[in-house]
Ligand binder design. Structure first.
Ligand SMILES: NC(=O)c1ccc[n+]([C@@H]2O[C@H](COP(=O)([O-])OP(=O)(O)OC[C@H]3O[C@@H](n4cnc5c(N)ncnc54)[C@H](OP(=O)(O)O)[C@@H]3O)[C@@H](O)[C@H]2O)c1
Length: 278
């Protein structure tokens, strides 16, 4: 098998124009795809018209028609409808197209069993900050995926933020860290803002300070490359305010809570995958 559509800028059909579908569509256009090279399918005519108006891409209701014209089929519907969407498009795929899916939980084998023999499949676990180009996505290729296919998917996702390659077995852990992770960060921001209000700041001011602090801390960690413990020690002078605060976080089991939360998310990801895959 050749890399096929990995060469050049292939025609992409995005199936499902929801939150993730729109983020991926926008990322493709930023990455250099022309509007004429991307097509989106959507149940709702109003939503299809909205996306066509905003991005100048072709939209429609037929997954079959869009897939028949595509080199890459990007599945962005909810996991519970992926099976029926694959059954539809399998009738028009010729085996050389790349199928890329952002649906949570469903194993690569689920796709490979429903698609023509030899179809390359790539699973992606993105997260919502992809919408602002600050996402973190992990990709895993299936039995018929080549280096060229993975490189193509990296190119498609380049404008969404960080993209890393992992083995499929690690996707539940990725879901628990970066997939669900934005919610942990929002939880922290909310708690910090609430604390600010308790200490007498207005909610608006406390929220702006909390958001900028978390954003800045993440940027500093990313740019310096230093270990988080080193960065933490740098703002913790002996007998000072920060070390007193961190001692309270430890005393309240916040670290253990984060670990337990991630374990629960990974376990739930495994359960949902098994449930959807039937
Ligand atoms: N959002 C996230 O943070 C996130 C993170 C990682 C992975 N994902 C994955 O991304 C996928 C999409 O999630 P989402 O949050 O973008 O959901 P969403 O906003 O509900 O988007 C799904 C879209 O697909 C449309 N749709 C439903 N059935 C369809 C069909 N048969 N053909 C074409 N379009 C159809 C839906 O239209 P109707 O509403 O009219 O049915 C909806 O607009 C899911 O599989 C999810 O697991 C999402």
């Amino acid at each position: 098998m050749t890399d096929g559509p990995a060469d050049g800028t292939p025609q992409v059909a995005v199936l499902g124009g929801g939150v993730m579908g729109e983020a991926l569509l926008s990322a493709l256009l930023t990455a250099g795809w022309a509007p004429g090279q991307v097509e989106v399918t959507e149940h709702s005519t109003a939503r299809a018209d909205e996306l066509a108006g905003r991005y100048g891409v072709r939209t429609g209701a037929s997954n079959v028609d869009a897939a028949a014209r595509a080199d890459v089929v990007l599945v962005a519907v909810k996991p519970n409808v992926v099976g029926s969407v694959l059954d539809e498009v399998a009738t028009v795929l010729r085996g050389g197209e790349v199928v890329v899916s952002v649906a949570a939980g469903l194993p690569l084998a689920f796709y490979e069993q429903r698609l023509p023999a030899g179809t390359p499949v790539v699973r992606v676990m993105p997260n919502t900050p992809a919408v602002v180009g600050k996402g973190a996505s992990a990709i895993a290729g299936g039995a018929h995926t080549t280096e060229g296919h993975l490189a193509l998917v990296e190119r498609m996702l380049a404008a969404t933020g960080l993209v890393v390659r992992v083995a499929e077995k690690d996707l539940d852990a990725v879901t628990a860290i970066s997939g669900s992770g934005p919610a942990y960060a929002f939880y922290l921001v909310d708690a910090m803002a609430e604390a600010g209000v308790l200490l007498g700041l207005t909610r608006d001011l406390a929220t702006r300070l909390a958001v900028a602090t978390v954003e800045g801390a993440a940027a500093l960690a990313a740019q310096s490359g230093d270990h988080p413990v080193v960065l933490r020690e740098r703002v913790s002078s002996p007998g000072g305010t920060t070390v007193a605060a961190v001692a309270e976080l430890d005393a309240h089991g916040v670290r253990a809570g984060v670990v337990a939360a991630a374990r629960a998310a990974a376990e739930r990801s495994r359960e949902l995958g098994a449930q959807y895959a039937g």
